[in-house]
Ligand binder design. Structure first.
Ligand code: ADP
Ligand code: MG
Length: 295
């Protein structure tokens, strides 16, 4: 493209809240054949809220007591899910206690000690990794929450499952129309997430995304992008979080949500300042139009 066409394109983008770093990006974006979206905070609002709590009938503590212990461990985690648990506990009037040896297990959950009790909260892999297992009745409850698109966190105290907390993170209003438009433009759409398969699939179904990579550990998003590129397709990655940054840098075109973390914005080639996923459609359209003008 001529420098003038690039300048015009970049300017038009900026007017509609799409910041494009450099002319090469604008030229490359028209070739994108595959768009991979991060789930949490990109397709969803990224403001998870606790919607359901199931308490094990034979738990060693009553619900308000175990909630206190769990929230006290989560209070030392920076994960958005942790914030949801802490907010819920406060709402319920459950006091926070002091937790020791709190350790975040990336992509799985957190564990720590309160008084003489080991406390953990997270997904099934965290539970298994810690040598705990789920009774079939508990698994059934977990399955139900996940089938409805909620993220279910298992809480265990003193090596016994005490309950399950389900969290919902609503899908952004424009997510489905974004996917529809991308499909109409001949582009394949994927979703990548650290969340479990069933929750991820339920959310993808709501939005109309057919290709899902779930249970991807924070360090593995970039290699998933590299795999797709290895199949010869030009890939755009759209994300908002710290753990999306390597994937944004690995993609042919990295697109960050302006509502996300600075680390993601720095790693990206394009920033969508208004946070609507439709910005992805606009950016690719703009690039196509810019290239067309000069041919
Ligand atoms: P995402 O890609 O959706 O942001 P992560 O990779 O950060 O997800 O986490 C994956 C999964 O690990 C979560 O869906 C949750 O089940 C579990 N998990 C991670 N951190 C926590 C936490 N602080 N409390 C409870 N569960 C957690
Ligand atoms: Mg995210």
């Amino acid at each position: 493209a001529t420098p003038t066409a690039i300048m015009v394109g970049t300017g038009l983008g900026a007017e509609s809240g799409i910041l494009i770093k450099g002319g090469e990006t604008l030229e490359l974006a028209h070739k994108v054949q595959t768009v991979v979206f991060d789930k949490t905070g990109t397709l969803t609002l990224g403001r998870p809220e606790v919607t359901d709590v199931w308490s094990h009938p034979s738990a060693i503590f009553r619900k308000d007591k175990w909630l206190s212990l769990i929230a006290s461990v989560e209070a030392q985690s920076e994960h958005p899910l942790a914030a949801a648990v802490v907010a819920y506990a406060k709402e319920q009037g459950s006091p926070l206690m002091s937790a020791r040896n709190v350790e975040a297990v990336p992509g799985r959950g957190v564990k720590g000690m309160i008084e003489e009790f080991p406390v953990l909260i997270g997904n099934l892999s965290l539970l298994k990794e810690s040598g705990l297992s789920l009774q079939p009745e508990v698994t059934a409850i977990l399955d139900d929450f996940e089938a409805s698109g909620k993220t279910a966190m298992i809480a265990a105290i003193g090596r016994e499952v005490v309950g399950i907390l389900a969290v919902s993170d609503p899908v952004k209003q424009d997510a489905s129309s974004t996917v529809r438009e991308l499909h109409a433009m001949g582009i394949d759409v994927w979703m990548v997430t650290g969340d479990n398969e069933r929750t991820a699939q339920a959310v993808a179904d709501q939005i109309g995304i057919a290709n899902v990579m779930a249970g991807v550990l924070p360090g593995d998003k970039a290699s998933k992008i590299q795999q797709l590129r290895g199949q010869g397709t030009v890939v755009a990655m759209v994300g908002d979080g710290i753990n999306d940054a390597p994937a944004l840098a690995t993609a042919d075109v990295g697109i960050a949500m302006g509502t996300g973390t600075d680390v993601a914005l720095e790693a990206a080639d394009i920033a969508i300042m208004h946070g609507s996923t439709l910005g992805v459609v606009d950016a690719i359209r703009l690039s196509r139009a810019t290239i067309r003008k000069i041919r």
